[in-house]
Write a protein that binds this ligand. Structure first.
Ligand SMILES: [Zn+2]
Length: 431
């Protein structure tokens, strides 16, 4: 068995820093060593310990750079890669003006493959090693995404985005075809290599009750699958949902009534929640996915991180590209900090970094595999340069501890801070 040692500063988590004091929830080594073997993290300790324990290992010394788990982006639309940063609209107009015409193009296999590969390259260059993506209505958009992830050895999740109303010609399926296509894709891809299928109704405004029920039935037949959708992103959207589903108690109830509320459900945005919705999510255990750059960019509102974490909800973090304005989970963490400040809570750097790694992995029910520097986890790692620009470097020289050293990179860093990326124990990116 061959071993490889990566030397640098190392940061992992032993607990959720929202519920455990930061010093007890984190494991930081200023001169650490991470041992990789057969795609997994085989050992972690000080650099000296690892060198003496594995004398025949090859060693890569990253100096003062910070080695952590790769970022986990829990909600992204890879087909929107080419239309990120489109100006001037709120959610529904933004979908109709920019998103739907772009998603139409994924009927073409070549275009789907081109964008899937472009997206994967951008994600890795930004340190994201796992993502849970929406595809488009086209089965080939799912095939393109999984093929691109598989060829890079990545752990990745997607699903055909089902819509059978309030979408243009060419972007609508039916209740039956949504079920049939989703089932065929699930059977083709779920559990192959590191790939997982997520049943994916876009959101209640674009699915009839029959379609939601058909996808709820598919989930009941495949309960180990994830299910992803959107929930309570903008107030106008919520009013629209109430007019489309007049008997529903609230937005979440449109999913609940059709078998789409469950522990392995992922509910993107979840900004304007009612008390009953929070209670049900607490009871059932579905995860909320916070998309802060998107919420600021589209003007959706302020996610209530502190109170929802205090309510013990499972919460992940995500770019929501291209409603989100960046591929960078560093930018995303910075936006989460700013939205926390606007809501009266200064999130600690440990909490922010946990959300982008272990928190998102937990939301995806992958916390036992990825998202943390922990023995036995898969070796998806990012190596951060904490002095990647002159502005960050001059600030970080004053740092008294790892959090002061890391925070300028959180707030001002981007893909220039991503020095190296490892996927499944293989080095895949070098800045
Ligand atoms: Zn989204």
């Amino acid at each position: 068995m061959t071993h490889q040692i990566l030397i640098g500063q190392t940061l992992g988590f032993t607990a959720d820093p929202f519920s455990t004091p930061v010093d007890n929830a984190t494991d930081f080594q200023s001169n650490g060593g991470v041992v990789i073997s057969e795609g997994k993290i085989a050992d972690i300790g000080t650099a000296d310990q690892m060198r003496s324990k594995y004398p025949h290992a090859s060693v890569t010394d990253y100096g003062q750079k910070l080695i952590t788990a790769g970022f986990v982006d829990a909600h992204v639309h890879y087909p929107q890669t080419a239309m990120i940063a489109s100006w001037g609209k709120r959610l529904i107009d933004w979908l109709n003006t920019y998103t739907f015409p772009e998603e139409m193009r994924f009927a073409d296999d070549d275009y789907a493959n081109e964008i899937a590969n472009r997206y994967m390259n951008l994600a890795i260059a930004h340190g994201t090693t796992t993502m849970c993506s929406f595809a488009t209505i086209h089965s080939q958009s799912v095939d393109a995404f999984f093929t691109a992830a598989q060829s890079r050895g990545m752990r990745a999740i997607t699903g055909k985005t089902c819509m059978d109303m309030n979408a243009p010609d060419g972007l609508r399926d039916t209740a039956q075809s949504a079920y049939d296509d989703s089932r065929a894709l699930l059977e083709r891809w779920n559990g192959v290599d590191r790939l997982e299928y997520a049943i994916t109704p876009r959101f209640s405004p674009t699915s009839t009750p029959d379609q939601l029920a058909a996808l709820g039935a598919l989930w009941a037949e495949n309960p180990s699958c994830l299910m992803q959708t959107h929930l309570s992103e903008q107030v106008e959207e919520i009013e629209w949902v109430k007019s489309l589903y007049p008997t529903a108690r609230d937005y979440l109830d449109t999913y609940e009534a059709h078998g789409l509320l469950g522990d392995r459900g992922l509910y993107g945005h979840a900004i304007h929640l009612e008390a009953r919705e929070i209670d049900r999510l607490q009871d059932v255990g579905g995860a909320l996915v916070h998309c802060p750059t998107s919420n600021a960019f589209i003007g959706s509102g302020l996610f209530q991180m502190a109170s929802l974490k205090a309510a013990k909800l499972n919460i992940g973090l995500a770019t929501d590209t291209g409603g989100g304005s960046s591929f960078s989970m560093l930018h995303t963490i910075a936006a989460a900090y700013e939205i926390g400040q606007l809501s009266g809570t200064a999130l600690h750097p440990a909490q922010l970094y946990w959300l982008a790694t272990a928190g998102s992995a937990n939301a995806l029910h992958l916390g036992d595999k990825i998202g943390n520097l922990r023995v036995g986890n898969e070796a998806d790692l990012v190596v951060l340069n904490l002095a990647s620009t002159p502005a960050i470097a001059q600030r970080s020289t004053r740092a008294n501890d790892i959090w002061e050293a890391l925070f300028p990179t959180i707030m001002m860093g981007d893909d220039r801070a991503i020095s190296n990326v490892w996927v499944n124990g293989k080095h895949v990116h070098n800045k």
